[in-house]
Structures are given as structure tokens and as C-alpha cells.
Design a protein around this ligand. Structure first.
Ligand code: ZN
Length: 619
């Protein structure tokens, strides 16, 4: 981040063609303030690189009503005609940066925050061209990390930077040029603030045998590549990235029949398509400053030049971020050059300029952690780290701003119960004796729980509400079950609000044979799609498996598996209980299907079939 902001600034100065008027000797003139919401880092950057103030004595002062802290940066002045910078974000309500006084020059930062904010998390760091203030330590132990790779294809809005244009002879032309480089998306008036929507600007491409090198300003992130056929090709998307117009849509030869083409896929995303019969051979290699990335055919590894002296690993750490997410951090004596590969079964990190590590320390750090099967070994060039993962794991990687640390964050998919269920549960499974229906009338009794309702709308996207879909499907299930001779209790039959506690209470009073809750899934990312079935108590596993396999065998949707999940209604009911997630509202294509009568009817029918099979198997 430090580098790209520095270069943004230099780039702007180049464009503007003016030299900065010296304000006063030895004063830190802040030209740009950036708030990276993804990692809660404020960066204050100057072009007069020699005048960074001493930050060792900065004191954080805590105030109440409203809860806030402030701290003063000594000997600093906000540049240009800039008044105040104001940022708002979740968790931290507001960050305000302003000139507190001119004699002496002092810039004050005030942070208004929520109750869960930990003031002791605030850290200051001085790098070559600026001051970085990390507000929340929610990312890593080394708090100054930039995202380099992500499995998640969410279109990220986690970056923005403000910049003020002033003292320019032809502001409109300047603004137009900055807009074309950084996709500001607005045409501000002279002297107004520009909001930059990209964090990486590709302005140079070099292709040679088995590799294509992209060089730019900023910091590159790469999403999980897609592999396509006819012709065989691999597609790398780079979010928050702009491509110089003169480089777009040209074919670059990579030797043999391999070619590459770089394009601006959307306003905020660059796309590199490599057409090759060796799609699995191409991996990204990140330069130590993360401004250059080489897409390398690993067969041509010998062509990769590694400048500088070999680097050693100085430290490892493991951190459990939550039930499903763990992070491995590697620290290096000097900036690392790494290549990254992610297959369906492994994450592989090549540390090309690293030659030395303490194997004993590695094993000690990661034994009995989620990384216990990770392997670090010598490779043909440097070291190779292999971490086994699940196919559906979510991998995110970060590179320290100083290039000296690498963090690999892996979120495991929820426990997928394979054919024979979780072995830890298998001893506990007692399939309930079902040949005697609980109803005194000799009918099997089923509770159908339509998720949400009334003021609780559930998931929503594009005007589509989960509560209506769940009720519609639940009613279809009710109708079919009754027609087949089941006793059915609906926890709600109209668009009214029913608390989770009441749903459980209604069910318990009815004393059913089974309980089936119907929901629609959603995710912050638009990518996930498909059907999940959840259970909590082991004795609910047979029901979950029967209904789930009926659903995925009759509906053409992604099979996401069955999960042990602690949802309230399936945890607190005493009969075998499951919760079906019929699909994702957050996935545009699946949302389109979920609202159709066909999908609703097919889902209802499959649930009923599954219930039939469940009772049949018990007879
Ligand atoms: Zn729901």
C-alpha cells in the first residue's frame, strides 16, 4: 500500500507537471489520506519523503460521550487546499482528519467508534513515504497486510482513496486523465475531491516464453482462476484494477501456441486470458512490492529471474480466527518473492528466494493446529509449502506492506457429512423407531416450518423476499403431505411473524415424528449456489440424508451437502429435525429460478418424496 500511494502521488505530480511549493522545512505535508476499509488502515502520505514526524510519542486519548479517541500527529500539515478528511465505515463510525493547529503544525485524527472497538488495537507505523495507522487488529498479527489472492469472487468495494486536485492550469484535462487511469467514475468540479475506485493500474506488459509480466502502480489482487475449454484457456480476474487503454485486447505470444490477452472486463476488474493446452501450469508470481505480477508457466521456471540475496524465514505463527478459519503467517528476514497455486486439494506456495527455515520450529508451530498436515520442503527453486485443503475451502492470501510477511487464511467449508455421516457421530446415531406413527389417528405427523415471516423478511435481493418463497413452498409441501395421509402442522400459514421459540413450542405441543424447516440461503458473495440440508442432533442425520438426496437428485442445482449446524429450531426440537436451504437468493441465476412456480413445486415435491422415503426406510 505504501508503494502504490507513493506512486499515485508521483504519478499525479508527473501529470500535473508542477513542483510542490515548499511549505516549511521539516514539516510533514500530507498530500493524500486513504482509508482501506477492508483492513481498517489509515494511510497518510507525503511526497516530501524526508520530513516524516516522530511517531514514537503519539498518545491515544480516550474520551466518552460519544465514545471516541483522538491522537495528534506532530509537525504535520494537510496539503493543498484540503480541509478535513472524513471516512465512515462499519465498526468504526467515523474517522476525521483535520488541521488542529498551525503553531505548531499539528494534524488531529478523531475516531468515533462502536463499543466493540479495542483502543489498544491502534498501531502506528512509519514507512518510507508515510504514516500508517491501523485501527483494528482484525486481519492479522502483522496488521499491515494487503490482499493478494482470494477464492471469493465477491466484487469488492473495499478500496477507495480521495485526492484533491488544485493549482493546475488545465484541471479538466488533468481530471480526465486521472479518471481514465483510476476509474474515479465522476467528473468533479475544479478543485474538488476525486474518489479513486481502483487500487491497481496496469501500464506495462511484457511477454516472453512461458510468462507474461504485468507491471503497474498500486497493489494487485487476483481471484481464483477459471478454466474454460474450446479453446482451452485459464482466466485470471484482478478486482479493483484498471488496464491502460493502449494495452487492452491485444494478443501476446507466450511461445509455442500459448497466447495471452489482457482486457478491462468491467469498470473495476481486469481480466487476463491465457490460451494454452497447459492451463494448470500457469500460476501467478508476486514481486516483493506486489506491483509486478508474473503469470508463469511453471515448466519455464528456469527463465524466472530472482534478484537479490536469498532470504530466510524468521518466524511462523498460527492463529485460529473462528471455528472455521485459521491463518498461517510466515515472516521473512527480507521481502519475499512468491508464487501461488490452488488446486482442488492443496494450496501451494512457492517461496522462490527463500533458502532457509527451521523445520523443527515449523512442525512445533503447526502440529495440533488446522495446518498439521502442511508440508514445507526444499524445491528446485527455493522452498515449497503445501497445505491440504477441502475443495470448497475459501483461501485468501495477504502480503505484508514491507514484503516481509505472508499470511494464508483458510476457511474450511462446513462439516460435510459424507455417506456414512461424521464418524464422531456414528456411534451416537439412534434411528428412531418409526413403524408406529405418533399420531393417535395412525398418521405420521410432520411439522413444516416456513422460515421467517411478517416483519422478519429473511434474506432479500432485488425486491425478492425469502419469507414469501419459504411460505409458498411450505404450503405446497403441506398440501401434498395431507393428500398422502400425513398429519401436518404448519408453524405459520400466512405472512405473520412467529418467533423461533414459538415455532419450537408449537412443534413440541404437536409431538411430531419429524420437523422440517424451509429456508432460502444467501451469501455476501454472488457466487455460491445450490442446496444444503442441515441437522443438529445425530438422530436427525437419516432424515437429513434422505431429504437431501431426494432434493439434489431431482432438482438441477449444485449439491452443497449436508451440514451439522446449530440453528435454533433444529437444535431445540426433540423430534428428528432438519432445515433445508433451497438455494441462494444472492446468486442471480438461482434467484431467477427460486421465484418460479416450477422450482417451488419441484422443491416441494422433492421434500415430500424425501419424507416418504424416510418413513419407508424405517418400515
Ligand atoms: Zn432463512
Amino acid at each position: 500500500m505504501r508503494k502504490y500511494i507513493a506512486i499515485f502521488i508521483m504519478f499525479i505530480f508527473m501529470l500535473l507537471g508542477f513542483t510542490q511549493r515548499a511549505l516549511a522545512e521539516g514539516v510533514f505535508k500530507i498530500n493524500s489520506a486513504n482509508f482501506d476499509t477492508s483492513s481498517a488502515i489509515i494511510s497518510l502520505v507525503s511526497s516530501n519523503l524526508d520530513d516524516l514526524p516522530d511517531i514514537s510519542d503519539i498518545k491515544v486519548v480516550k474520551l466518552t460521550n460519544p465514545t471516541r479517541v483522538y491522537f495528534d500527529i506532530p509537525n504535520a500539515v494537510l496539503g493543498g487546499q484540503k480541509k478535513d478528511w472524513l471516512f465512515t465505515t462499519a465498526g468504526i463510525k467515523e474517522v476525521k482528519i483535520s488541521q488542529f493547529s498551525s503553531t505548531p503544525y499539528t494534524v488531529r485524527v478523531v475516531v468515533n467508534y462502536d463499543d466493540n472497538f479495542d483502543v489498544s488495537d491502534i498501531k502506528f507505523i512509519k514507512l518510507k513515504n508515510g504514516i500508517f495507522i491501523k485501527l483494528k487488529n482484525n486481519i492479522a498479527q502483522n496488521p499491515f497486510m494487503q490482499n493478494t489472492y482470494r477464492d471469493d469472487h465477491s466484487s469488492s468495494n473495499d478500496f477507495y482513496e480521495y485526492m484533491t486536485i488544485s493549482s493546475v492550469s488545465n484541471p479538466n484535462e488533468t481530471i480526465a486523465r486521472i479518471d481514465s487511469a483510476f476509474n474515479t467514475g465522476i467528473t468533479p468540479q475544479y478543485s474538488q475531491e476525486l474518489r479513486l475506485n481502483t487500487k491497481y493500474y496496469i501500464d506495462k506488459v511484457m511477454a516472453k516464453n512461458g510468462m507474461i509480466t504485468l507491471t503497474g502502480l498500486g497493489s494487485v489482487s487476483i481471484e481464483k482462476p477459471m478454466i474454460l475449454s474450446n479453446p482451452s484457456r485459464i482466466v485470471f480476474d484482478m478486482p479493483n484494477t484498471m488496464v491502460n487503454k493502449s494495452l487492452r485486447n491485444k494478443d501476446f505470444s507466450l511461445g509455442g501456441t500459448d497466447t495471452a490477452r489482457l482486457g478491462q472486463f468491467s469498470v473495476n476488474k481486469a481480466r487476463l486470458v491465457i490460451t494454452t493446452n497447459n492451463v494448470t501450469k500457469y500460476i501467478p508470481v508476486y514481486a516483493r512490492d506486489n506491483q509486478t505480477v508474473i503469470y508463469l508457466n511453471t515448466d519455464n521456471l528456469s527463465n524466472l529471474e530472482i534478484p537479490g540475496k536469498p532470504v530466510a524465514i524468521s518466524d511462523f505463527s498460527n492463529r485460529k480466527l473462528d471455528d472455521m478459519t485459521s491463518a498461517m503467517t510466515l515472516n521473512f528476514s527480507n521481502p519475499v518473492i512468491h508464487g501461488f497455486d490452488r488446486t482442488n486439494s492443496d494450496v501451494i506456495v512457492y517461496l522462490y528466494n527463500v533458502n532457509n527455515f527451521d523445520a523443527e520450529l515449523f512442525n512445533k508451530t503447526f502440529s495440533k493446529t488446522d495446518f498439521t498436515s502442511a508440508k514445507l520442503e526444499q524445491s528446485s527453486k527455493g522452498l515449497k509449502l503445501t497445505i491440504p485443503i477441502e475443495h470448497d475451502s475459501l483461501v485468501t492470501t495477504f502480503l505484508g506492506m514491507d514484503g516481509k510477511s505472508l499470511k494464508l487464511q483458510i476457511k474450511a467449508p462446513r462439516t460435510v457429512i459424507k455417506d456414512n455421516a461424521d464418524p464422531r457421530d456414528s456411534e451416537l446415531i439412534k434411528i428412531p423407531v418409526l413403524n408406529k406413527p405418533k399420531g393417535s389417528d395412525g398418521k405420521y405427523r410432520v411439522v413444516i416450518d416456513a422460515g421467517h415471516g411478517g416483519s422478519d423478511v429473511g434474506a432479500t435481493r432485488n425486491g425478492v423476499y425469502e419469507k414469501y418463497i419459504t411460505l409458498d413452498v411450505a404450503k405446497r409441501v403441506e398440501k401434498m403431505l395431507k393428500a398422502q395421509g400425513y398429519g401436518v402442522l404448519m408453524t405459520r400459514s400466512d405472512d405473520s411473524y412467529v418467533s423461533l421459540q414459538d415455532r419450537v413450542a408449537y412443534s413440541e405441543a404437536y409431538n411430531p415424528d419429524i420437523f422440517v424447516s424451509i429456508h432460502v440461503n444467501s451469501s455476501t458473495s454472488g457466487t455460491p449456489n445450490g442446496i444444503e440440508t442441515h441437522y443438529y442432533h445425530p438422530e436427525s442425520i437419516p432424515l437429513a440424508q434422505t431429504v437431501h438426496s431426494s432434493l439434489v437428485s431431482t432438482i438441477s442445482a449444485n449439491d452443497r451437502g449436508t451440514f451439522k449446524s446449530k440453528f435454533y429450531v433444529i437444535n431445540h426440537t426433540t423430534s428428528p429435525a432438519i432445515l433445508v436451504e433451497m438455494g441462494f437468493l444472492s446468486n442471480t441465476a438461482e434467484r431467477g429460478q427460486l421465484v418460479t412456480a416450477e422450482r417451488k413445486q419441484a422443491t416441494a415435491k422433492a421434500i415430500v418424496e424425501g419424507i416418504n422415503n424416510y418413513f419407508k426406510s424405517a418400515q
